[in-house]
Design a protein around this ligand. Structure first.
Ligand code: NDP
Ligand code: 2IT
Length: 450
């Protein structure tokens, strides 16, 4: 057998995925973004090609699709579709969130699961990659409806998860409330108090301190490291943040703690601009307590205005934290942000920046941190939660935040070092993909063709 050239190998893998997954645009986008950066790694490691590592890595180990029937408050039977994609377990049990949103389909779950493999490798926490969810829309549903949906979802998921098998957590539309209902049903079916089977639990019953804050805080820690390398910082800078959910809220909180001024937040109805800086307590009251629309924030805050529809990326600032959803920031937004003096982007969301927009940022010399590195703090803290559950221990808040901080520093440094090693210093996209791929590929190589 002759070893192919990296170009030929990468083209062959890309063509195979494109023909097998032609109807999965988000998945193809995530795979191609990785393949486009792996040439230098494969040139250094022909053994990865000989062992068919990439050919195997782009195909999930297992994909589950199931019916989720439930009854709404009026007594009507509803049916949603549930997913769990167990993508790769070379480094540890499958780990990754559940997303409840009407846009969820197999393509979305596969793109998220694929990215999760790389992200989880970067955390050094020995966790594999998976993702799941449903096209269920929690907005406008009563607590009782959300509970019945979660219970029905778990009736099937229970067969596939376990603390050493697959450990789901939250993502869009899945927070502490949903994890509570899911855990309750798991415990009831199995008659086991298996704390480590889900992460993002309440801190009073097995959840880790700072897990709620971890993704947003971690993205800001990553930005801080990236800016520090360039002799700069967050203090005194205007930050544009999208979203107003779990990730956005705590990115905003940490930016403020570090002396920056976050001036925006958004949801699917529009965005708010608050030149005085976001009032985090008010944001939490509106979004976490009342589960209201973001416009309510502007109704209660004289310094803020609400813009209905449109994109928050019409506003400019020196720092950008896209924390809502995939492909929310496109080439036009990128050009306008660059013209407005943008210095750095850290993705709190998964794949929020389109490939064209990433290219524009990189060409303009804007520091750009891809989600699989910048938002790894959430899943890393989930792994710390698993560790505490296994030891039946509980760390305090300061310990938890300082562990998160250390991990984000390590993720930044290993990503930067890989960008240097593979010839493009400061290209964090190439650095994250290369560092993660080498870690996963070495484990796959050692474990044989499975
Ligand atoms: P939440 O459900 O808490 O919040 C999501 C936010 O994004 C809401 O403000 C929501 O607005 C907005 N949003 C979602 N979909 C759309 C859409 N299609 N168009 C416009 N706005 C939208 O989710 P999270 O904060 O947990 O997740 C946000 C992002 O961060 C996702 O990409 C997720 O994958 C990623 N992430 C999350 C982690 C976590 O630990 N939770 C870890 C790593 C990454 P609305 O309420 O109107 O829908
Ligand atoms: O995208 C992600 O990393 C998450 N939604 C968190 C996953 C986790 O298992 O904590």
């Amino acid at each position: 057998m002759t070893t192919p050239t990296p170009e030929f190998h990468l083209r062959t893998v890309a063509e195979t995925v494109a023909s097998r997954s032609a109807a999965e645009p988000e998945f193809l986008q995530a795979v191609n973004e990785v393949l486009e950066t792996l040439h230098p790694v494969l040139a250094e490691h022909p053994e990865f090609m000989e062992a068919g590592v990439l050919d195997r890595l782009v195909e999930p180990e297992r994909q589950l699709i199931f019916r989720v029937p439930w009854t709404d408050d009026s007594g009507q039977v509803r049916v949603n579709r549930g997913y769990r994609v167990q993508f790769n377990s070379a480094l540890g049990p499958y780990k990754g969130g559940l997303r409840f949103h009407p846009s969820v389909n197999l393509s979305v779950v596969k793109f998220l699961g694929f990215e999760q493999i790389f992200k989880n490798a970067l955390t050094s926490q020995r966790i594999g990659g998976g993702k799941g969810g449903s096209d269920f829309d929690p907005s406008g549903k009563s607590d009782a409806e959300v509970m019945r949906f979660c219970q029905s979802f778990m009736m099937e998921l229970v067969h596939h998860i376990g603390e050493d098998t697959d450990i789901p957590a939250g993502d869009i539309g899945v927070g502490a409330r949903e994890i509570g209902y899911l855990f309750g049903q798991y415990r009831r079916i199995t008659q086991r108090y298996e704390s480590g089977v889900l992460t993002g639990k309440g801190v009073g019953w097995g959840g880790a301190e700072v897990r709620t804050e971890a993704t947003g805080y971690g993205a800001v820690f990553f930005a801080e490291e990236m800016l520090a390398r360039a002799g700069e910082g967050i203090a005194g800078r205007r930050a544009i943040v999208s979203g107003s959910g779990n990730v956005a809220t705590y990115a905003i909180e940490k930016i403020q703690q570090l002396g920056g001024t976050p001036i925006t937040a958004s949801d699917s109805s529009g965005y708010i601009v608050d030149e005085a800086g976001i009032d985090v307590d008010l944001l939490k009251q509106v979004k976490e307590v009342e589960r209201a629309r973001i416009s309510v924030y502007a109704d209660r805050r004289p310094s803020a205005r609400f813009v209905s529809g449109g994109s928050v990326w019409e506003v400019t600032g020196e720092l950008a934290f896209p924390c809502a959803t995939q492909n929310e920031l496109d080439a036009n937004h990128a050009r306008s942000l660059v013209a407005g003096g943008l210095r750095a982007v850290a993705e709190g969301a998964n794949m929020p920046t389109t490939p064209e927009a990433v290219e524009i940022f990189q060409q303009a010399g804007v520091l750009f941190a891809p989600g699989k590195a910048a938002n790894a703090g959430g899943v890393a803290t989930s792994a710390l939660e698993m560790r505490q559950n296994a030891a039946r221990s509980r760390w305090d808040r300061d310990t938890s935040e300082s562990r998160l901080h250390d991990i984000m520093r390590d993720v930044h440094n290993s990503t930067y070092e890989a960008s240097e090693r593979y010839g493009r210093p400061g290209d964090y996209v190439l650095g994250a993909n290369s560092a993660a791929f080498v870690t996963v590929a070495q484990a796959m190589l050692a474990q044989g063709v499975i």
